[in-house]
Each structure stands twice: as structure tokens, then as C-alpha cells.
Design a protein around this ligand. Structure first.
Ligand code: SF4
Ligand code: SF4
Length: 416
């Protein structure tokens, strides 16, 4: 279905009841109807019908939407807000091209980087050299970064561990039960390889052979949410091709990627391969809590306080937010509790924290304040983007709270 039809169809479902308003982070923060789901749907419809021209004000209201989909989860009319927003952003981009204007987003460089795994790997090498040679320390202490206006970007870069090559096949421990396929994703592969290694370790203990198909790439989320639908679809088709063999579950470690992979069928509707692909997608927490565990698997006790952050993609899109709690309950002695106001986005939201930095930080601030008050030992979250952004906030606040993926913590406690 084309963008205009999607927008009109979804906006027509809205009965303007306003039930979504208290759940919208930008409406809560800015107290402006145009920054609410209901207001944005009106703007999208007006644009699709040509009742309003494309202008900077309209674009900025839509650009400030986090695409967190908290509104979609509570909507009694089942408005597919994410689909309407992605379609509107695609429409905006096509109108800009028609008018001979440049692309509206400042994410072009990031999109270019994630398009090819080799580019991300090269970026990883450059960032590691920057951190390990002392150049980062030098630029920070001499305040050069501040003078160049790069201090805030630098502060968000996580400390990178050495990158290890991931083999394509990982045999099960003991007897082999079944195959499972791992989607690595560009961000997890660069910034959180420990979550990938931990997932493989746990799956092997659960008697699965783990396959990591070559040829897989970025899930396409960044392009899709920026309105660059043509490139997003190209990336989707590349992944479908890379995973054609077999029909086993495709397990993903980053909930942001999982959410997009699970909706390929929406964007490639009518394509049977896309429907089959999306049906195989499972979040790692969801997969690990759905399978039988051999009786001999045990975990070392961990008498620590662990706060769980629920990423929007896990909560509002995949609706699997209870699964990390179920998994971590296997660790004896751990005190596990949710981060307050967990249903409100932390501000990371893909590239949002780079394009709407001020709002993103205003949304992150209450999370950091809760963490300061609760003083846990560990914060767990299932999305590397949220982990990186929250960890940067904790560093800036001087709080020594470790940030981990739930599977990293679980694998660390494995008793073997
Ligand atoms: S909850 Fe749904 S129907 Fe009600 S105003 Fe929000 S989007 Fe419209
Ligand atoms: S997606 Fe999130 S930020 Fe955007 S309108 Fe819905 S609740 Fe608000």
C-alpha cells in the first residue's frame, strides 16, 4: 500500500478520544496538542490530503515524535501509529525530492555507515584507536572537543571492547537439539558484542546449534524511520535473502532491530517471503523464556540490586516486556525491580538523541534521577541504543551503575 493510503487509513481510525495523550512523552513534556499522537495524526492527514502544505513547522512537530509507539499500545481504535508516521516521513521525503530540496534529516551519515557491515567495522576500528591511543583523553582534557562542539557526541560514545570475529557456526554443548539462527545487527555487533557472545553461550547450553548467516546486514530501522523507504526496503530484502535457508527461529539480541525485523511483512505486504521471515523473528528474552531448560543449568547467586529498563520496542511493539524479569528470576539472591515510569521513552529512540538532543536529554533526566535515588548495582536493558544513551547519562551524572543486556548478566552468572 502506498504512503498516502496508509496515512489516510490509519488517521481515519482515530476518534480523537485523547486516551493516548497521558502516555505520550512529548505531549507530557511540551504540553502542546501538536506534539501529541492525536494532533500529529491530524497533521499527517492534512498533509496527505494536501489540506496543509509541507512547511518547517509541520515537519518539526512530526520530527519531534519519538516513534516510541506508546500511543499505539493504548489506542482503543487500534490506530497503527508507527505505520502512519513512517508513511508520513516517506511522503515528506518524496515531496522534498519533488521540490528539489535536500533530505530533511541530519542522519544521512549514520544511515550511510550502517548500510554495509564493513563500514561499521571500519568505524569501530577508528573509534577504538581514538579511545585506546589516548587521543580521546587528550582532546577531552584540552577542551578541544568542547571548542569544536563535539563534546556531547563524544560523551555518548560507549567504551568499546576489542571486537571478536563471530564464527558462522557454534555447536551445542553436549547433545544437539535444534538449530537456531542469530541476527547480529550492526549496533550490537559494534557496541555490545558481549550480548551476542552471551546469547550464543546460553543457547549452546540449552542444546541449540547456533548459526550466524553471512550476508546479513542492518535491519533498515534508521532508514525507515527517517522516511528513506526505498533504501530501507533494499536492506529488508537483503536480510530476507540472507535468511532464506531453513525455517528455524531467527533470534535477535537488540529489541530495536527485532521490532523492525518482525514488521518486514507490513512494509513488504503481499511478499510471502517477508511474511515467513517476520514470523520467524524472536527477541532473545522471548526465545529463552519459551524453551525448556535442561535441569543441570544453574546460576551463581548474585546478592545485588538490579533495575530493569523496558525499551519501547520491547514494551510497545513486541509487547514482551515481562520476559527479562522472568529470565533474571533464575539468578538466586538477585533483587530485581523495574525502573519507575518504564513505559515512557528514555529519549534514545534510534537516531532521535542525535537529531533532537535537547528533548532526548529532558526525557532521560528523570530516568537518571530515579537511578540516583534507587542506587542499584546494575541497570539492565535489552536495546543497545538505550543502553548506550542511559550509560552516557549515568557517566555524566557521576553514577557508577553498570549497564548490561539481561543475557549478559545471566551468562555471567552461569554455573559451569
Ligand atoms: S487513543 Fe487512538 S483514537 Fe484516541 S485520540 Fe489517541 S490515536 Fe486517536
Ligand atoms: S509515538 Fe510516542 S512520541 Fe510519538 S506520538 Fe506516539 S506516544 Fe507520542
Amino acid at each position: 500500500m502506498d504512503s498516502i493510503t496508509n496515512i489516510k487509513q490509519e488517521a481515519a481510525k482515530c476518534v480523537a478520544c485523547g486516551l493516548c495523550l497521558p502516555h505520550c512523552p512529548t505531549y507530557n513534556l511540551l504540553q502542546d496538542e501538536a506534539e501529541s499522537p492525536r494532533g500529529r495524526l491530524c497533521l499527517m492527514l492534512a498533509l496527505a490530503r494536501d489540506d496543509l502544505p509541507l512547511n518547517a513547522k509541520l515537519e518539526s512537530h512530526l520530527a519531534r515524535c519519538l516513534n516510541c509507539r506508546a500511543c499505539e499500545k493504548v489506542c482503543p481504535s487500534y490506530v497503527a501509529f508507527g505505520l502512519a508516521l513512517d508513511s508520513t516521513r516517506a511522503l515528506i521525503e518524496s515531496r522534498r525530492v519533488d521540490a528539489g530540496l535536500p533530505a530533511s534529516k541530519s542522519t544521512s551519515l549514520i544511515e550511510w555507515l550502517v548500510e554495509k557491515p564493513a563500514r561499521m567495522q571500519r568505524l569501530g576500528i577508528i573509534l577504538r584507536l581514538y579511545q585506546w591511543t589516548g587521543l580521546q583523553w587528550l582532546l577531552r582534557t584540552t577542551r578541544v572537543l568542547r571548542l569544536l562542539g563535539l563534546a556531547s557526541l563524544d560523551a555518548d560514545i560507549p567504551r568499546l571492547a576489542p571486537r571478536k570475529h563471530l564464527a558462522e557456526f557454534h555447536p551445542a554443548i553436549d547433545k544437539s537439539k535444534e538449530r537456531v539462527i542469530l541476527f547480529t545487527g550492526c549496533q550490537a555487533d559494534m557496541a555490545d558484542q558481549s550480548a551476542l557472545a552471551s546469547s550464543i553461550r546460553l543457547l549452546k547450553q540449552l542444546e541449540y546449534q547456533v548459526h550466524v548467516p553471512p550476508g546479513q546486514g542492518c535491519c533498515g530501522a534508521l532508514h525507515l524511520h527517517a522516511g528513506h523507504r526505498g533504501k530501507a526496503i533494499e536492506l529488508m530484502q537483503g536480510n530476507i535473502k540472507a535468511f532464506t535457508e531453513g525455517n528455524e527461529a531467527i533470534v535477535c539480541v537488540a529489541s530495536g532491530c527485532t521490532a523492525t525485523l518482525g514488521e518486514y511483512n507490513k512494509y513488504l505486504n503481499g511478499d510471502e517471503r517477508a511474511a515467513g521471515f517476520s514470523a520467524r523473528i524472536k527477541d532473545i528474552n522471548q526465545f529463552l523464556t519459551s524453551v525448556n531448560w535442561p535441569k543441570n543449568i544453574a546460576f551463581d547467586p548474585l546478592p545485588r540490586r538490579i533495575v530493569v529498563h523496558n525499551p519501547c520496542t520491547l514494551t510497545h511493539v513486541l509487547r514482551q516486556e515481562d520476559k527479562p524479569y522472568d529470565l533474571l528470576a533464575r539468578i538466586p539472591g538477585a533483587e530485581i525491580f523495574p525502573l519507575p515510569e518504564n513505559s515512557l521513552c528514555c529519549g534514545a529512540a534510534g537516531a532521535y538523541h542525535l537529531t533532537q538532543t535537547q528533548i532526548a536529554r529532558q526525557l532521560r533526566d528523570p530516568k537518571i534521577a530515579h537511578l540516583r535515588r534507587l542506587a542499584p548495582d546494575i541497570l539492565v536493558t535489552s536495546n543497545p541504543g538505550c543502553a548506550t544513551f542511559l550509560a552516557a547519562g549515568l557517566r555524566a551524572a557521576g553514577l557508577a551503575i553498570e549497564v548490561l543486556h539481561p543475557v549478559t548478566l545471566l551468562a555471567r552468572q552461569l554455573k559451569i
